[in-house]
Design a protein around this ligand. Structure first.
Ligand SMILES: [Zn+2]
Length: 502
């Protein structure tokens, strides 16, 4: 007798339906799983058998064959445990499944040796698939309930163990478990108010947050680059419901969700180390997996010591930063992942780190300094609208106590500026993503501004690309002031976010 249970597999981030067919027949006792499963699936046999036995169900040793269809696509993950166990129990007539349950629900979950259903990855994607394909609901581990309930208008059936599952299979009823409590224990609040001085950097971060611009911070070690970069998270607008689902989905499939707080409701901040490989940053690999750039979707990707990253990593960032998505092509597949983020790079100005500091602290020759900065490839610099120098605070700045703004005050301006941009483009597009056509349409300059720019092109030897970057930045500065037109003061400020040679 063959029992068919619905589950799912995924390719990259795209889920697809999988039929788990379980055949129980007479013959020598055996347990085979066919249909291109990975090692985790093949290792599931012992877990499933022990899980059934230790839940108090008696199962005669028989010949069990499990087929995962479509059979020609690779399948990964431990979540097939539950549908396979259901098939074995039904096939052995241990349980008596209510009519239409197997047709109407998807099943996902890993089984422990004791018969508990353990958390697994890809739940959000599974719930979305069940909804899209018109299923009534999905049976998931209770431990995944929080992220599962992100998806509305579909029945989410949480099970803690095999017994819970059997109850649902036989009666269609299930325990209405409450959502686990939010864990606020190790929350550390940071704020721009904590940052003394560094007004220029704070302002640059505000502009980036408002207009979705990328930023490069070049500065002395210990001047607070990382501390500043992290604080951009405190001034970005809250995530919309759609954004939360999109990002939680990415983390769910990557197995990156936090057990206690599994819904991503804060924009991600990712800061991979400079020794990271191109696959871990961009994505790809044998089975398409997401890279840091996709895990930073709707948030910030911060590369500290950016000049130390491998050249191929920096080169590979070019396209995603422009397109807001990553295309990974391998011999066996092609996958596209989202990568809509603000990019922040940081580095020292020279090998010793002290080129910006007064006196003769820096021990590098001018040749060494320019070679050091040349490690930053031109194409990636082309994607960065604002570049700033950061120095250590002077004694006066350290002692003084000028008024400082809180992050929530800055955030208000950012949100207003984003509303202006939404009206301008008609959807959630930001000035940082303006095309040449957009620039011509939305960055109209008066004579005074034109003259300043003409002079700048001449004396600063600006390229066409850096010219566009200045206009985009000026547009955001004027939006932050709710100014319809770009004025002289906005152009001058935009010009200040550039560095010679970069
Ligand atoms: Zn130096």
């Amino acid at each position: 007798m063959i029992t068919k249970i619905k589950s799912l597999g995924y390719f990259g981030i795209e889920p697809f339906l999988v039929d788990v067919e379980v055949d129980i027949s007479k013959g020598l006792p055996a347990f085979n799983i066919v249909g291109l499963g990975d090692t985790a699936i093949n290792e599931s046999k012992e877990r499933i058998r022990a899980g059934i036995r230790n839940s108090g169900y008696k199962s005669e040793p028989k010949k069990i064959t499990v087929n995962l269809t479509p059979a020609n696509v690779k399948k990964m993950g431990t979540h097939f445990d539950l549908p396979i166990a259901v098939g074995i129990m039904e096939g052995n007539k241990i349980i008596n499944i209510k009519k239409n349950i197997l047709e109407n629900y998807l099943f996902m979950g890993e089984i422990s040796l004791t018969g508990e259903i353990k958390r697994t990855q890809g739940i959000v994607n599974g719930a979305i698939l069940a909804k899209e394909k018109g299923y009534k609901g999905i049976v998931i581990p209770y431990e995944n309930l929080k992220e599962g309930s992100l998806i509305k208008r579909i029945e989410i059936i949480p099970v803690k163990n095999l017994k819970d599952t059997v109850k649902f299979l036989e009666t269609g009823e299930y325990e209405k478990y409450k959502l686990p409590e939010e864990d606020e224990s190790n929350k550390v609040e940071i704020d721009f108010y904590d940052v003394k001085g560094q007004e220029k950097a704070k302002r640059a971060l505000e502009i980036c947050a408002a207009g979705g611009h990328n930023l490069l911070m070049v500065g002395t070690p210990g001047s607070g680059k990382t501390m500043l970069a992290k604080r951009i998270m405190t001034i970005l607008p809250p995530m919309s419901e759609e954004e939360k689902i999109e990002v939680t989905k990415l983390y769910s499939i990557s197995g990156e969700l936090d057990e206690k707080n599994p819904i991503i409701n804060k924009r991600p901040f990712r800061s991979p180390h400079h020794t990271s490989s191109s696959v871990s940053i961009i994505g790809g690999g044998k089975n398409p997996s997401l890279g840091e750039i996709s895990l930073a979707d709707k948030g910030v990707l911060f590369l500290d010591e950016i000049v130390e990253f491998k050249k191929d990593v920096l080169e590979a960032l070019r396209e995603p930063l422009e397109e807001k998505k990553v295309s990974v092509t391998r011999a066996s597949y092609k996958a596209v992942f989202p990568a809509d983020l603000i990019f922040i790079g940081a580095c020292n100005p020279c090998k010793c780190g002290y080129a910006f500091e007064p006196g003769d602290l820096c021990t590098c020759s001018s040749g060494e300094i320019s070679r050091y900065m040349k490690k930053l490839s031109g194409p990636i610099l082309d994607r960065i609208d604002l570049k700033i120098e950061i120095k250590r605070l002077s004694e006066d700045e350290l002692i003084g106590n000028p008024p400082r703004e809180t992050s929530s005050e800055i955030k208000k301006r950012v949100i207003k500026a984003r509303e202006i941009q939404r009206k301008r483009f008609g959807y959630d597009k930001l000035n940082g993503s303006m095309t040449r056509n957009d620039i011509e349409k939305f960055c109209i300059l008066n004579e005074e501004c034109k003259n300043i720019l003409k002079a700048a092109v001449k004396t600063l030897n600006l390229s066409a690309r850096s010219f566009d970057r200045i206009l985009k930045t000026a547009r955001t500065i004027s939006d932050l002031e709710n100014s319809k037109n770009i004025e002289k003061i906005h152009i001058l400020e935009a010009l200040s976010y550039r560095m010679e040679d970069l």
